[in-house]
Design a protein around this ligand. Structure first.
Ligand SMILES: Cc1cc2nc3c(=O)[nH]c(=O)nc-3n(C[C@H](O)[C@H](O)[C@H](O)COP(=O)(O)OP(=O)(O)OC[C@H]3O[C@@H](n4cnc5c(N)ncnc54)[C@H](O)[C@@H]3O)c2cc1C
Ligand code: FES
Length: 329
């Protein structure tokens, strides 16, 4: 069923295919926090445009693991801000896959996504080639990163695939006049992403690899600790990456009293505040990562609960991956 949903922000209409949001009783699900039906309750500001998107460029960054896609998505590119994400479906009955916008070029009308091939949906996405289309792409979603004009130093920390997502945020701080120090880490040198891109605007790029093949031997937290010990003027630390990494960064910065923002990758379904799947506990309050975040105060996030919720569907995800005949080979 396709609904035309009025969008109060600019008075235009948004074609919104929401058949699979309908409950078994045949009515749209209510927001479990407010009890309201969101598109009647003023949440529409968070709805992005939904449309097909053609792959203009596909680049394998780490064979069998990480791929970069440049998509023709002018409506998303025109509005995308650092910290925003999209939700895409490879085919009409596919799962919704949230991916952070790693870069956007409003002039070219393109956005860049970087994804790790993890399970069924990212495997299916990885089967698409240049020139082919995604079934649908919705975005930009989520609240953008809060960026005040600079020049205070901001340290942006990225781990694994999170480096790509962090890249857009770091670029935003740099454009706002901040001195950006990028701290990136991976298991080994050939698993590092976006180092050259980050060097084009960062004041410094600090690298940590677990095996010491590039930069210091250790974790991003080791590089960050050294930096914070030597520099007392850091205004904010932003961390994007695996949950244990973001938790470790938040634990590290707490005694330094430095504002710390983390981008939470909780399980998302609709991405517009209706289903409640992405709820996280921040400072004892329930928040929905898709509309209240995905960025939150890292010192307030309940990481234990986040980890439990992220692993809740592991058996289903494994079954789905095995049944689809996917293979990373
Ligand atoms: C706001 C946000 C931004 C993200 N940005 C990126 C990104 O830029 N690059 C990237 O590689 N990954 C990103 N992710 C994670 C990405 O969405 C999952 O890796 C992807 O959905 C996995 O789907 P799958 O079917 O391939 O794997 P599955 O086997 O289904 O799941 C593997 C793991 O991926 C996670 N996952 C699965 N489904 C979802 C879902 N609907 N929402 C969130 N997490 C899920 C879970 O941790 C799960 O254990 C982001 C997630 C969120 C919420
Ligand atoms: S409320 Fe459904 S994904 Fe956030």
């Amino acid at each position: 069923m396709a609904y035309k949903v009025p969008r109060p922000a600019d008075g235009t209409f948004l074609s919104c295919v929401i058949a699979d949001y309908m409950t078994s009783e045949g009515h749209p699900p209510q927001n479990r926090k407010t009890g309201a039906i969101p598109w009647l309750a003023g949440k529409l500001y968070f709805l992005g445009d939904i449309m097909a998107a053609r792959i203009i460029r596909k680049e394998v960054l780490i064979p069998g693991q990480t791929t970069k896609l440049v998509l023709d998505a002018p409506h998303v590119a025109a509005k995308a801000k650092p910290g925003n994400f999209v939700i895409l479906r490879v085919h009409g009955k596919g799962e919704r896959v949230p991916l952070t916008i790693a870069d956007a070029d409003p002039q070219q009308g393109t956005i860049t996504l970087v994804y790790l091939v993890l399970g069924k949906s990212t495997w299916l996405l990885n089967q698409l080639e240049e020139g082919q289309e995604l079934n649908d792409l919705c975005g930009p979603l989520g609240r953008p990163t809060h960026i005040e004009p600079g020049p205070e130093p901001v340290v942006c920390v990225g781990g694994g695939t999170g480096i790509a997502a962090m890249h857009h945020i770091a670029k935003g701080f740099s454009r706002a006049g901040h001195e950006v120090i990028s701290v990136i880490g991976a298991r080994a040198k050939d698993l590092l992403l976006f180092e050259n891109e980050l060097r084009t605007f960062s004041h410094d790029v600090l690298v940590a690899t677990n095996d010491g093949s590039h930069g210091i031997k250790g974790f991003v937290t080791d590089a960050l600790r050294d930096y914070l010990d030597a520099h007392k003027d850091v205004a904010e630390v932003v961390a994007v990456g695996p949950v244990p990494m973001m938790e470790a960064v938040a634990n590290l910065t707490r005694p330094y009293g430095v504002k710390t923002t983390v981008s939470l990758n909780s399980i998302m379904i609709d991405g517009i505040g209706m289903c409640g799947a992405c709820r996280v506990n921040v400072g004892g309050k329930i928040q929905f990562a898709c509309v209240d975040g995905p960025e939150f105060d890292g010192h307030q996030v309940d990481f234990v609960e986040l980890r439990e919720r992220l692993s809740a569907y592991k058996p289903h995800e494994l079954k789905s991956y095995q049944e689809c005949g996917c293979s990373h080979g």
